[in-house]
Design a protein. Structure first.
Length: 448
């Protein structure tokens, strides 16, 4: 499916209708040979058709709520949708009553005229970067589908659904990389805004400190348009930041440790292309990043905050959880208040220390994740799943820990396994980062 700007142009010109776009999406979503059964936890076919018809009538009358009215999107099964049960990719919440109202983020997209195709699959309660789901199935990565590779998580269904044309954009969350990991592994764009930028009312939490609400889509422009809507503004892309003289920081350690050959080749080519286009690559000494795993060794803020929210469910219905996800929640039980405070204090110190070094650059760049998508079958062994999960989370979780905005965009060549380039911006500088991202995208995506 096209980018949001291309779809908006087709709708404006009358060469496509919302109903036509929805029917295309539903055909792909219900194709028995496709991934739709695993991309969605629920498909809203009748509601989507009715909403599409309504947007077509409004457009014909010159009253479309925005240029993007009628474009299909998917909603991660973590968000409330009025009249539906929010299950968060789990069986634990299945008996809950339907939501009485849309989550604020969903309401803002609907107010702009976007049409919900369905609820997208995810890691149970968003607690993993792998994208596996024992309850609803795991959507296979669009790359090397015959082998069956992980989609990345936790916003797994959103990434695969976009890649397979089941909707144009997806609404996700990001606590440690849940928008950016699946975007990187599936070859699309994922944006994590500064944590408080987009309201989280009506979203099942994982970590009240680190959770962000952000989009996944086909381009940086798409993410910029969605970010503007989600943050309460007017839908708009960003003019590209001038590449000549753009200062991009490259950490001298940690974030490039353990890269596999495909990621290393794509990332090094991207850095070379950016330098050739006039960007100034500045090596940054950020050895202190190696301290972060130790700071989080007792479970970190996520472990404590996730356990606190789930404590009653864990007591009443532990058998309803996927055992692998259950053991992650249970790990938070042993944290003390002193542990939690120590982690929060160390985090604030790290934020300040890193900021003193990165103040000299416009953005920090690194591989979104250090490996290409692993094979699903290899994740059946618990130790391998735990190890791989931590490795995938290592780089993207820096943005959450440091309370910054970040974006992952593709930097691989056509036919190669998907590889993401991540840009880390300053706290609150979301629109500036999107402008930088658009410029970087033009330099690194040739041939993609």
């Amino acid at each position: 499916m096209d980018t949001l700007l291309a779809l908006a142009a087709k709708l404006a010109a009358g060469s496509a209708t919302s109903r036509h776009l929805i029917e295309e999406c539903l055909a792909r979503a219900t194709d028995p040979q496709g991934e739709g059964a695993r991309v969605f936890t629920a498909i809203s076919a009748d509601n989507a058709r009715a909403a599409a018809d309504g947007m077509d009538r409004l457009r014909k009358a010159g009253a479309a709520p925005s240029a993007f009215a009628g474009i299909p999107f998917g909603v991660k099964d973590l968000f409330d949708i009025a009249g539906e049960v929010t299950t968060a990719g789990s069986r634990v919440l299945a008996s809950n009553p339907p939501a009485r109202a849309d989550a604020r983020a969903v309401a803002r997209l609907r107010a702009a005229g976007f049409v919900i195709v369905g609820r997208t699959n995810m890691t149970e309660f968003a607690y993993s970067g792998l994208g596996l789901n024992a309850h609803f199935g795991t959507p296979r990565n669009p790359y090397d589908r015959s082998t069956g590779r992980i989609p990345g998580g936790s916003s797994s269904g959103a990434a695969v659904g976009i890649a397979d044309g089941m909707f144009a954009a997806g609404l996700g969350t990001d606590t440690g990389g849940s928008c950016r990991i699946p975007a990187a592994l599936c070859g699309i764009v994922g944006f994590k805004p500064t944590a408080q930028r987009v309201p989280r009312e009506g979203v099942v939490p994982l970590s009240s400190t680190l959770d962000s609400v952000g989009p996944l889509a086909r381009s940086v422009d798409c993410c910029a348009i969605l970010d503007a809507i989600l943050s309460g503004g007017v839908p708009a892309a960003e003019a590209p930041f001038p590449l000549a003289g753009l200062r991009l920081g490259l950490p001298d350690c940690y974030v490039t440790d353990g890269m596999d050959d495909a990621v290393a080749a794509a990332f090094e080519r991207a850095v070379s292309n950016l330098s050739a286009a006039g960007a100034k690559v500045i090596r940054l000494s950020l050895d202190m990043l190696r301290e972060i795993p130790g700071i989080n060794a007792k479970g970190g803020l996520v472990g404590a905050e996730a356990y606190a929210w789930h404590r009653d469910y864990l007591e009443r219905s532990p058998q309803l959880y996927d055992p692998w996800v259950l053991q992650r929640f249970e790990a938070g039980r042993s944290q003390t208040a002193a542990d939690y405070i120590a982690t929060a204090t160390a985090r604030q110190g790290m934020i300040g220390r890193v900021a003193k070094i990165t103040v000299c650059v416009d953005a920090v760049m690194m591989p979104s994740v250090p490996i290409v998508a692993p094979v699903i079958a290899a994740m059946a062994e618990t130790e391998a799943a735990n190890r791989t999960n931590l490795f995938l989370l290592r780089n993207p979780s820096l943005a959450n820990f440091l309370d910054r905005c970040a974006i992952s965009l593709p930097c691989h060549r056509a036919g190669e396994p998907p590889v993401g380039l991540m840009l880390l911006g300053e706290h609150g500088a979301d629109r500036r980062l999107l402008s930088i991202g658009r410029a970087v995208e033009s330099a690194v995506s040739a041939g993609h």
